[in-house]
Design a binder for this molecule. Structure first.
Ligand SMILES: Nc1ncnc2c1ncn2[C@@H]1O[C@H](COP(=O)(O)OP(=O)(O)OP(=O)(O)O)[C@@H](O)[C@H]1O
Ligand SMILES: [Mg+2]
Length: 257
């Protein structure tokens, strides 16, 4: 099986701050990877470099056959960045919906304006996806009249309506009240079951344990440890992983108890 994402020797600096340090990894189609790690370790920056929301300094990113070097110039280079972005969907901690548009208009805006899909067709796909996230009855509501959980589900519907090959999630439940987290994780679980390739930065250790194929523990711009959930959560090899997980009382690693 060919990987659908390849990150090669990725480096990112903010001024003198070295945030991502020679990161290389691959993601297979339908693979779900959860990225965990302390605040400031570079998790968001990694996701943002994968779709060039941040420009990396060195290395190369490949998503679904589109290869883009960290640095480049000219129209052809910019076109490849655009192509790569079309292969990825992203969901942020803050839902980032357009406040002056209804749920449905939020969902179809990208396909119509960015991809040039006919409105009627975009509506069809968008309605299907609003149905999938359980919000078909809210299609004409504005974001201000939706709960945080509902807004985030619209944001997921919006991202998947672009029909990306890979979904990037950056702490999608971190700004939600506890009682609303489950409905968003439920939608993400559905995407896992449909075989969506996903890279998820999350503090939801329970979700990561149950649905990720792989946990990537990040510390100071490097992966301290990568492995299946059973290894990372029950028998972490790296001292930093252990220290981090011990903050989650119910997931105290066994050999640490
Ligand atoms: N645009 C920016 N300009 C300058 N420094 C930045 C910028 N974005 C992030 N940083 C710095 O880069 C480092 C990594 O930040 P990043 O947001 O990737 O961490 P994170 O692992 O996502 O943290 P958190 O768990 O708090 O979201 C931090 O030291 C942060 O202050
Ligand atoms: Mg972050």
């Amino acid at each position: 099986m060919n990987p659908i994402v390849r990150v090669s020797h990725l480096e990112k600096y903010f001024g003198h701050l070295h945030v991502l340090k020679d990161l290389s990894f691959e993601v297979n189609p339908a693979e779900v990877s959860c990225i965990i790690g302390p605040s400031g370790s570079g998790k968001s920056t990694l996701l943002r470099c994968i779709n060039f929301l941040e420009q990396p300094d060195y290395g190369e990113i490949e998503v679904a056959g589109v290869v883009v070097e960290a640095q480049g110039k000219g129209a052809a280079y910019r076109r490849r960045i655009r192509d790569l972005r079309l292969k990825t969907g992203m969901v942020f901690q803050s839902f980032n919906l357009f406040p002056h548009m209804t749920a449905l208009d939020n969902v179809i805006e990208g396909p119509v304006t960015v991809k040039g899909i006919k409105r009627a067709e975009a509506v069809e796909i968008g309605m299907h996806n609003l149905e999938k996230v359980g919000l078909i009855d809210k299609r004409d509501e504005y974001p201000s009249r939706l709960s945080g959980g509902q807004q985030q589900r619209v944001a997921i519907a919006r991202a998947i309506t672009m029909q990306p090959q890979v979904m990037l999630f950056d702490e999608p439940t971190s700004s939600l009240d506890p009682e609303l987290i489950g409905e968003v994780l439920g939608v993400m679980q559905q995407l896992v079951e449909e075989g969506m390739t996903m890279l998820i930065v999350t503090h939801e250790i329970g979700f990561a344990r149950d649905f990720a194929h792989r946990i990537m523990f990040m510390d100071e711009g490097r992966f301290a440890e990568i492995g299946p959930p059973a290894q990372i959560f029950e028998n972490p090899q790296d001292e930093r992983t252990r220290a981090f997980l011990s903050a989650f009382a119910s997931f105290e690693p066994r050999n640490h108890a």
